[in-house]
Design a protein around this ligand. Structure first.
Ligand code: IMP
Length: 441
């Protein structure tokens, strides 16, 4: 079977947690390649909700190897807390979870500096999760970051923390902020070193071995394509490459080994934080989606901004990811509406744009043009494509035509079994039988 990237085609929160968990039985390895504990992947197991931030969503399947790649930024406390929570709820973690030696660590000064930076931006703030993600990637690019492998030698760790703290303190001093204590940070991280040691390994080497043994890998994207540092709505983006290219650089697996990309999209759109959002709905209409979709951030609890499906953003996301197939989630949130709108263009300075513009300042000025689709009644919990209302199938075809990608899976509820797999679209990519068997559990 192919090695597949599963990622979001919008601004995150597309329901990737459920999808990765659902598809895991077809793979030996599930690997995260970017982001950090800014992500929130919710999986629902027989009515029990599990929210994962850092650990790949494959962890709920015994026997699956879960990998945190070098493209991730890891906050050790957040990681250890998540491991403890999973263990407390009965998930077995014993040799089936690893962290790359070259994964960068989030340090206490990263979240501190981020808060100061966001405050200074005022109205133009990004609305980040304030988890230190951006500053950790900044240090990586500045070549002063501290990596998981550095925890393996406490002398090196102390030296690196000392150098970093000296630099950060000169900045904090100028801003009149309290200074950092290098020794205190060292003590904290030396403590983590003891607990993390067992997870740290050479991931490119391990994955190469697994591939040669015939295992296949599911590459799990966090956030969404529109939050990608290069291809998203810059500067209102996260600081990593959430698009498919990141899977290769973020794990040390060559692009020749990636077989396909499955893009996850909601039947409407949401976004958290600042930045342009052409199809955003306000007041009653926006609130209805927010409440029916329970659109509150899994990490920060912030209410998500909600709006209609935007074919231009999703088409752009499919293009930059090479995604030919989509997984459609949460259509049931639109159940019972008389009319559903789909954005098919942007009006800008007297013209209609049919492709997503790269500049956020253009996007801030566009007005969406819509196609109206009649409401479909109910699809919640349905499991059979042939029994879906015709109006819903028409909606799916419209999206496919506008986006130029096929729908391969429809998710009609939170539980694994509330899913429709379109076998002809998945053949050769996945072990559909194994996925179906998992849907019964
Ligand atoms: P950061 O990733 O914390 O730097 O935040 C940058 C932007 O990405 C903000 O608008 C966040 O709200 C958004 N963001 C980060 N992670 C997620 C996620 O998992 N889902 C949705 N939005 C996210």
């Amino acid at each position: 079977m192919a090695n597949i990237v599963v990622l979001g085609l919008q601004w995150g929160d597309e329901g990737k947690g459920k999808i990765v968990d659902l598809l895991t039985p077809s793979f030996g390895v599930v690997a995260r390649y970017q982001g950090g504990h800014n992500a929130g992947h919710t999986v629902c197991l027989n009515g029990r909700k599990v929210v994962l931030h850092l650990i790949p969503s494959g962890i709920l399947h015994a026997g699956t190897l879960c990998v945190i790649g070098n493209g991730v930024v890891l906050q050790p406390r957040a990681f250890l807390d998540e491991v403890a929570e999973l263990r407390a709820s009965g998930t077995k973690i014993d040799g089936n979870l690893v962290i790359s030696r070259t994964t960068h660590l989030i340090m206490p000064y990263h979240s501190l500096l981020e808060r100061i930076n966001e405050e200074m931006k005022g109205a133009r703030k990004i609305g980040t999760t304030c988890r230190g993600i951006g500053p950790a990637y900044q240090d990586k690019a500045a070549r002063c970051g501290i990596r998981a492998g550095d925890l393996l030698d406490l002398g090196i760790l102390r030296e690196k923390i000392g150098e970093n703290v000296e630099e950060k303190n000169s900045l904090l001093g100028n801003l009149g902020e309290p200074l950092l204590d290098a020794e205190k940070i060292f003590e904290e991280y030396a403590g983590y070193a003891g607990s993390l040691k067992e997870y740290i390994t050479d991931v490119p080497l391990l994955l190469d071995r697994k591939l040669k043994e015939g295992m296949s890998i599911l590459f799990e994207g966090a956030q969404g394509a529109l939050l990608d540092l290069d291809h998203g709505t810059y500067p209102y983006v996260t600081s990593s490459n959430s698009t498919a290219g990141g899977a290769s650089t973020g794990l040390g697996v060559g692009p020749t080994r990636i077989g396909a990309v499955l893009g996850v999209t909601k039947a409407y759109t949401t976004r958290v934080g600042g930045g342009p959002f052409p199809t955003e709905l306000f007041e009653e209409e926006g609130r209805r989606l927010l409440q029916r979709g329970n659109e509150y951030g899994a990490t920060t609890g912030r209410p998500r901004r909600c709006g209609w499906f935007d074919a231009l953003t999703v088409a752009h996301a499919c293009r930059v990811n090479g995604a030919e197939r989509m997984i459609l989630t949460k259509p049931d949130v639109l159940d019972g509406l008389d009319e559903i709108l789909v954005c098919d263009g942007y009006l800008y300075k007297g013209e209609t744009l049919r492709h997503f513009p790269s500049e956020s300042w253009v996007l801030e000025q566009v007005k969406p043009s819509y196609r109206a689709v009649r409401g479909w009644g109910e699809v919640r919990g349905m499991r059979d494509w042939d029994r879906l209302p015709q109006a819903f199938r028409d909606y799916v075809r419209l999206i496919e035509d506008l986006v130029e990608a096929r729908v391969a899976v429809v998710s009609t509820g939170m539980e694994r079994r509330e899913t429709i797999l379109l076998d002809q679209e998945l053949e050769g990519l996945l072990d559909v039988g194994a996925v179906r068997a998992g849907m019964q559990s």
